[in-house]
Design a protein around this ligand. Structure first.
Ligand SMILES: [Zn+2]
Length: 243
């Protein structure tokens, strides 16, 4: 179950399933992106995050809507052209950033290994969620039953309007009308459900899904579509526990 909490006075979204993971909001911007006016605020927030979580460092990436996945190294904090980060380094904090795309967090408490995924429609089409989960499962020999997954706030089926080209790329099973709505010659696709199905394919069943649409709730989250590209980013944050 998702609930709003606060991180030293700044609103965050958490799930009751995982302690050391959360999604930030407009109140706790870590990446200003096109909102250069928020640069200083983001710098201060990153400093606060680093200090209060006592992490060894923040590890992040230049996201490009790919299916490129990296397992982090302790001495490298920034990853070019990467849309999923996996970490087994105790005390490391991995973050990726979003404005409508789907944020997914994976964590195995038993193995103390976490991942964060950026799945927009292109990443979802490229099955980055399946690929990241499988990499985590295989490279670290994890039982999928030991992984908890959180699907955070993203643009919902209510607002993710597309034409037929994107629809056909994303929805392989057009008979499954749970995945989309069709009205006035437009398709409305459920990115959360598509990514949930990718997780289920890998054997992960412990999944919590946020009900929030970033476009409908752009007072709380950033929305690329609603704000016509001139927006900052909210973030998915995973801290790997110290043993
Ligand atoms: Zn919506």
């Amino acid at each position: 179950m998702f609930y709003f909490d606060n991180f030293y006075g700044k609103k965050i979204l958490k799930s009751s399933l995982l302690d050391d993971c959360f999604f930030t909001t407009r109140e706790f911007v870590l990446t200003p992106a096109d909102r250069v006016d928020l640069t200083k605020e983001a710098e201060e927030n990153r400093k606060l995050l680093k200090e209060k979580t006592e992490c060894i460092d923040i590890y992040t990436a230049k996201q490009i809507h790919s299916a490129n996945i990296q397992v982090i190294s302790k001495d490298k904090t920034f990853y070019d052209n990467t849309d999923a980060l996996i970490s087994d380094i105790e005390g490391s904090l991995i973050i990726l950033n979003y404005a409508d795309c789907t944020p997914i967090i994976l964590y195995s408490k038993k193995n103390n290994i976490g991942a964060v995924i950026h799945a927009g429609w292109r990443g979802t089409e490229a099955e980055i969620t399946t690929k990241t989960a499988m990499k985590m499962i295989k490279e670290f020999n994890i039982n999928p039953c030991d992984i908890t997954a959180l699907i955070g706030p993203c643009i919902g089926k209510c607002c993710f309007e597309t034409d037929e080209d994107v629809f056909l790329k994303l929805v392989k099973d057009v008979k499954n009308t749970e995945l989309y709505d069709y009205k006035n010659n437009k398709y409305y696709i459920d990115l959360k459900l598509l990514n949930k199905n990718q997780l289920l394919e890998t054997g992960i069943i412990n999944i919590d899904i946020s009900s929030y649409c970033t476009c409908c709730m752009s007072d709380i989250f950033f929305s690329y579509r609603k704000e016509k590209g001139k927006t900052a980013r909210h973030s998915a944050v995973v801290k790997i526990k110290r043993g």
